[in-house]
Design a protein around this ligand. Structure first.
Ligand code: SAM
Ligand code: SF4
Length: 335
């Protein structure tokens, strides 16, 4: 029987989310502070080490790999990593290789990503208004992202849009965004904003907007059909009967998905987070670097870490107070 990673609560871990860099060409207010200091290069896993890590996980039963960041497409030579991962798709060991991106570099890389076997990308986009886009991303330009999405679709990649729900910011664009996505045959997923890092800047742009309210507003205009589809993550999906498109709701602050959690997150420094909402992590860089010729200690460290995967997380947004607040930024674990 092929090896598998099973945690103490009988959950099979077959999905790895890998952050390949902490750097980004944007500074989204809910994700980063304006003056971020980034990790020195020596602390990062090299592309060859990222390959070794992923291959070890795939050898232990991981079947889906999502590349994220920071902005994954700003890491130098990242396409050689995607090209290398293609061998796991070709061998049938991996079912899917995907990425989450801000879209700014898709104009350059969409074709190469398709050639490497990527078929779907998630593009984060919170607004279709130039000025608001510049405000929320601080450094981003909307036109460049739209060009990136055009290039991705032209290359044959299926695009899903992820939007962070922000009260007082994109509330008024609920229907515009929905219709724009429908017109381009794209699904749309709303993400509830999470209490990460320094949230001061967020207060100046928008605030927590409960997805139950997003859903209720959508239901005033569309017929919503619940989909049974479960991804093992915090997303729930409905289909809009009128457009046929899928709308997702990611509510990471609720506990209702932990029992089916199938994923772990690896940072660009080789730290494995077994739960997005917990600080516990395992250092996988050490066993990897200490044993350049053998993966056995790394594989053992992976199994030990999965053996510590917690039952659930501690986020609690009750009374608008973010207890269980994480000190690290999303750009560290990749969301
Ligand atoms: N740079 C890429 C991007 O923006 O898609 C990948 C990394 S980014 C950290 C991954 C996702 O996390 C994005 O969709 C972003 O909107 C989301 N995100 C970042 N900070 C967040 C927060 N505090 N709460 C909820 N979602 C957040
Ligand atoms: Fe960069 Fe993505 Fe974070 Fe925005 S959400 S700052 S694009 S990593």
């Amino acid at each position: 029987m092929a090896p598998s990673l099973v945690d103490p609560f009988e959950r099979t871990v077959n999905y790895l989310r890998l952050s390949v860099t902490d750097r980004c060409d944007f500074r989204c207010v809910y994700c980063m502070s304006e003056n971020m200091s980034f990790l020195p290069k020596k602390d990062l896993l090299t592309l060859e080490e990222l390959d070794r890590m992923c291959s070890a996980f795939i050898g232990q039963g991981v079947r889906k790999l999502r590349i994220t960041g920071g902005e994954p497409l700003v890491r130098r030579n990242i396409m050689s990593f995607f090209d290398a991962m293609k061998r796991h798709l070709d061998s049938g060991a991996l079912d899917e290789l995907t990425l989450t991106t801000n879209g700014s570099q898709l104009g350059r890389f969409a074709g190469d990503l398709f050639a490497a076997g990527v078929r779907r990308v998630n593009v984060s986009l919170d607004t279709l208004d130039d000025e608001k886009f510049a405000r929320v991303t601080r450094w981003g330009r909307l036109a460049q992202v739209i060009k990136g999405i055009d290039a991705a679709q032209a290359a044959g990649l299926r695009v899903k849009i992820n939007a962070v729900a922000l009260k007082g910011f994109n509330e008024d664009e609920l229907f515009t965004l929905t219709q724009w996505c429908a017109s381009r045959d794209m699904d749309l997923t709303w993400i509830e904003v999470m209490p990460m890092g320094d949230m001061g800047a967020l207060d100046r742009v928008g605030q927590y907007w409960a997805l139950s309210d997003v859903r209720a507003k959508l239901a005033e205009h569309y017929q919503l059909q619940d989909l049974a589809e479960r991804t093992g993550g915090p997303a729930r999906y409905v289909q809009l009967v009128e457009t046929g498109q899928k709308i997702g709701f990611i509510t990471p602050l609720t506990h209702n998905f932990c029992e089916s959690c199938n994923r772990v997150r690896l940072t660009c420094t080789g730290e494995l987070y077994m739960c997005l909402g917990q600080e516990d992590r395992a250092d996988l860089m050490r066993p990897l670097r200490a044993h350049p010729d053998s993966d056995a200690p790394l594989i053992e460290a992976i199994h030990t870490a999965i053996g510590r995967k917690p039952k659930g997380h501690d986020f609690d947004y009750s009374r608008q107070q973010a207890s269980g607040q994480m000190t690290r930024h999303m750009s560290h674990t990749g969301g």
